[in-house]
Design a protein around this ligand. Structure first.
Ligand SMILES: Nc1ncnc2c1ncn2[C@@H]1O[C@H](COP(=O)(O)OP(=O)(O)OP(=O)(O)O)[C@@H](O)[C@H]1O
Ligand SMILES: Cc1cn([C@H]2C[C@H](O)[C@@H](COP(=O)(O)O)O2)c(=O)[nH]c1=O
Length: 205
């Protein structure tokens, strides 16, 4: 039987990595032996290229293709083989990040970037079975990022407002797949909520 693909999405600083780290230690989740992964991938040729691109003034269209190449590599080398082996795969960011972030970076370059980027993925990507959207106001997430001490070029208020809007639209268009989590709560609350919903999903599938 094919495995299940679960993804975490949200704007910078929404708390995805914090939650995913906690899930990795949760005994009830560990019992399902999930494979944890992320996009951009780490330590790969394509992931390294993306890392360099987002730390520099790379052309936005070139950046989209780099992220998409990394996704293709991620699918071929990890996601598809794991799913074919019946595994549960949990990815910190996935294609919805491309739809939301590049949907904004390319808004002055393409007429309808969201649909264009979705079309680019059609026919070869794997659609997640469940997606947690950690939803938060960018005012709060940017403050969190500041405390973390890193600053990515995407951590700008207006930009993240647009990204959040697209994430919420994607969730509204596909309510069966998306679970929206209020990520502005205390970490313990967010983790409890996610673990509860995730276990419900894993136990019924
Ligand atoms: N619920 C929370 N309340 C307050 N602070 C939080 C919460 N969750 C995470 N943080 C803190 O906010 C910062 C960003 O969290 P984290 O790195 O998990 O976000 P992220 O969504 O993975 O970010 P990015 O996508 O930019 O890598 C970290 O310093 C983390 O400790
Ligand atoms: C997958 C993906 C990511 N991004 C952006 C989102 C972040 O600002 C950075 C790196 O992600 P991280 O979780 O903070 O390490 O890249 C993007 O613009 N498009 C994508 O497809």
């Amino acid at each position: 039987m094919r495995g299940k693909l679960i993804t975490f999405e949200g704007i910078d600083g929404s708390g995805k990595s914090t939650v995913v780290e906690k899930l990795q230690k949760d005994p009830e989740i560990k019992a399902f032996k999930p494979v944890f992964t992320r996009e951009p991938t780490r330590g790969t040729l394509t992931g390294n290229a993306v890392e360099k691109a987002i730390q520099s003034d790379t052309d936005q269209l070139a950046e989209l293709f780099l992220f998409t190449a990394d996704h293709a590599e991620h699918l071929a080398k990890l996601i598809k083989p794991a799913l074919e082996n019946g595994k549960i795969v949990i990815s910190d960011r996935y294609s919805d990040s491309r739809y939301a972030y590049q949907g904004i970076t390319l808004k002055t370059r393409l007429e309808n970037p969201l649909e264009w980027i979705k079309d680019l993925h059609r026919g070869w990507t794997v659609i997640p079975d469940l997606t947690f959207l950690l939803d938060i106001r960018p005012e709060i997430s940017i403050e969190r990022c500041g405390k973390r001490g890193e600053q990515s070029k995407f951590e700008k208020l207006e930009f993240l407002r647009g990204v959040r809007e697209i994430f919420l639209k994607l969730a509204a268009d596909d309510p069966e797949r998306f679970v929206i989590i209020d990520a502005s709560c205390f970490p313990e609350h967010v983790e409890k909520e996610v673990a509860k919903k995730l276990l419900e999903f894993l136990n019924r599938n």
